[in-house]
Design a protein around this ligand. Structure first.
Ligand code: ADP
Ligand code: AMP
Length: 213
């Protein structure tokens, strides 16, 4: 099963993608997580990506597409995957589509997690992330058991640089300009499914499970 998560930054794509990955035993592939891991390790890719991420801009397609295609070519993706944060532009979607078509394959579902902009701004300020294992929390809605500490791996939680209020507005603008057109792109392919992302995360997940079967 090959799934794409669509939605604004902070809509809950990562939260749902991790739950889908657990239930359906497919890898959760997040380009944002790959970039952040590279930034943490100080790689050239990380240094290049950080320039864009810190401003709330998209990392250029050439760079992003390459890391994504390398990742999904790995053995663990042979039976499917859930993509979180990719594609984010029409050219990215076209490259993925072409690569899959060449393999006689296709995306099964593109799930749009719908959350209005007003809710997004509140959510991003409350998001806390673990850079060690990729877990995500929210200080009000989904708090960790011990404040500031990851339940899963015990490392310290951080407020991502790009979740600060000034950057969030840029990211939303970029989303509307460059990523939202993907909703029509996947609708035209007949694989688009919409879920209401404003309700409790378990309810969002139930709606997704109804779709995936
Ligand atoms: P995305 O991957 O789309 O950027 P996340 O999954 O990281 O978004 O979620 C953004 C923030 O909102 C996180 O702090 C997360 O814990 C919180 N969150 C996710 N789903 C919900 C929900 N259904 N209700 C309230 N908060 C949520
Ligand atoms: P995310 O963790 O998905 O919110 O992504 C964090 C940041 O990483 C984004 O704001 C972009 O700067 C960058 N990024 C992640 N995925 C992509 C992508 N598919 N295309 C371009 N930039 C991306």
């Amino acid at each position: 099963m090959k799934i794409i998560m669509l939605g604004a930054p902070g809509a809950g794509k990562g939260t749902q993608a991790k739950m889908i990955a657990d239930k359906y035993a497919v890898p959760h592939v997040s380009t944002g997580d790959i970039f952040r891991a590279n930034i943490k390790e100080g790689t050239e890719l990380g240094k290049e990506a950080k320039k864009y991420m810190d401003q709330g801009l998209l990392v250029p397609d050439e760079l992003t597409v390459k890391i994504l295609l390398d990742r999904v070519a790995k053995e663990d993706c042979a039976n499917g995957y859930v993509l979180d944060g990719f594609p984010r532009t029409i050219p990215q979607a076209e490259v993925l589509d072409k690569a899959l078509t060449e393999l006689g394959d296709k995306i099964d579902f593109a799930i749009n997690v719908d959350v209005p902009d007003e809710n997004i701004v509140k959510r991003m300020g409350g998001r806390r992330a673990c850079l060690a294992c990729g877990a995500t929390y929210h200080i009000e809605h989904i708090p960790p058991k011990t404040e500031g500490i990851c339940d899963r791996c015990g490392q310290e939680l951080i407020l991502r640089d790009d979740d600060k209020a000034e950057t969030v507005m840029n990211r939303l603008q970029v989303y509307h300009d460059q990523t939202q057109p993907l909703i029509d792109f996947y609708n035209a392919k007949g694989v688009l499914k919409e879920v209401d992302g404003t309700v409790d995360m378990k309810e969002v997940f139930n709606a997704i499970v109804d779709i995936l079967g």
